[in-house]
Design a protein around this ligand. Structure first.
Ligand code: AHR
Length: 330
């Protein structure tokens, strides 16, 4: 009996090891070489840009997590252009880095370069934003928020806020970068939720490219052509902060004359919420550095990682923002 159990255990162990070897070799990786010392590892990270407070916090967090772990990080800023990100990824492939991580500026158009990484045996990790591809073998894991859920949370707040109103509620939407996962999904989640109340109508929707200047400019145009705006739904804090400037310049009081909902919860957004200029914020955490380092370490050790790792997030009202602000790091 004992012999049978040990044969079975050895079989399970072998199967496990075989599984690890296959997984660490997919899409690339030299599984025979064993783990590298952390100070020998090189990771290439292709960042979207520096468009928002969220992005700055995300960059800082990733850079410091890799520095703390003693892993070399090659970093590039694509200035919100897909062609720059593709160039950066190709350059990482040429340099023969061990892993590539990136936050895709838009969802589509990645298959060619990801196939090149796969052919070179370099595993790719997606952080923050997803790619829209039929071939899931092109990346090992996607670490980031559930943007549809974020949009639903924003819509739910509005449903609750206007639960007793029978008047029409005019909403304008400041969209993120066209084609980017958070812009697509936050719009979708929000639209699905607000469809539960016939009084809600989105009277205008346009991209502000996730920037403060973009949010301000689009809001100025919205205010000129729509005299009765009740609510602004901005896909990030920065665009909401830009909208506040436009609303104040038009002689209106943000948070009172026009209610504002945003996504992110960076310090400036939280301050505006505490000051009553924003009414509700859905959190999107930029602190992905430690989790990304853990993924790289696991892969380096020949282990497997979850295909989808969802970031834990909350929401903030004015009272909650006042309480959280003193400890807010970003
Ligand atoms: O992909 C995350 C989004 O990108 C953040 O909400 C936004 O601020 C950033 O630019």
């Amino acid at each position: 009996m004992k012999k049978l159990i040990s044969i079975a255990a050895a079989g399970v162990l072998l199967l496990g090891l075989a599984g690890c070897a296959t997984d660490s070799a997919a899409p690339g990786g030299d599984s025979d070489a064993g783990p590298k010392a952390l100070d020998e590892l090189v990771v290439g990270f292709a960042q979207v840009g520096a468009e928002s407070g969220w992005r700055t916090a995300n960059t800082k967090d990733i850079q410091s997590a890799f520095a703390d772990a003693g892993i070399e990080l090659k970093f590039s800023d694509a200035q919100q252009k897909q062609e720059n990100q593709i160039k950066a990824i190709r350059s990482y492939i040429q340099q023969g880095v061990d892993y590539i991580a990136f936050s895709p500026v838009v969802e589509t158009g990645w298959d060619a370069v990801l196939n090149e990484a796969k052919a070179a045996g370099i595993p790719v990790v997606l952080t923050d934003r997803a790619v829209d591809s039929q071939d899931e073998s092109l990346y090992v894991s996607f670490l980031g928020s559930d943007f549809i859920l974020e949009g639903e949370k924003a819509g739910q707040w509005l449903l609750d806020e206007y639960a007793d109103t029978s008047e029409p509620v005019n909403i304008v939407q400041l969209e993120g970068t066209t084609g980017a996962a958070p812009a697509i999904d936050r719009a979708e989640g929000f639209a699905e939720k607000i469809a539960e109340n016939d009084n809600f109508q989105v009277i205008a929707s346009q991209t502000g490219d996730f920037t403060r200047a973009g949010g301000k400019q689009v809001m100025e145009a919205f205010l000129k052509s729509n005299p009765d705006i009740d609510v602004v739904y901005a896909h990030n804090d920065d665009m909401g902060l830009g909208a506040i400037e436009a609303i104040e310049a038009a002689g209106l009081t943000p948070g009172e004359d026009i209610k504002i909902i945003t996504v992110d919860a960076v310090k400036d957004g939280m301050q505006a919420l505490a000051d009553g200029k924003i009414n509700f914020i859905v959190e999107c955490s930029p602190l992905l550095g430690d989790q990304l380092v853990d993924i790289i370490k696991t892969l380096n050790d020949g282990g497997t990682v979850e295909k989808r790792i969802v970031t834990e997030e909350t929401t903030f009202t004015q009272e909650q923002a006042i309480e959280a602000l003193p400890d807010r790091q970003y």
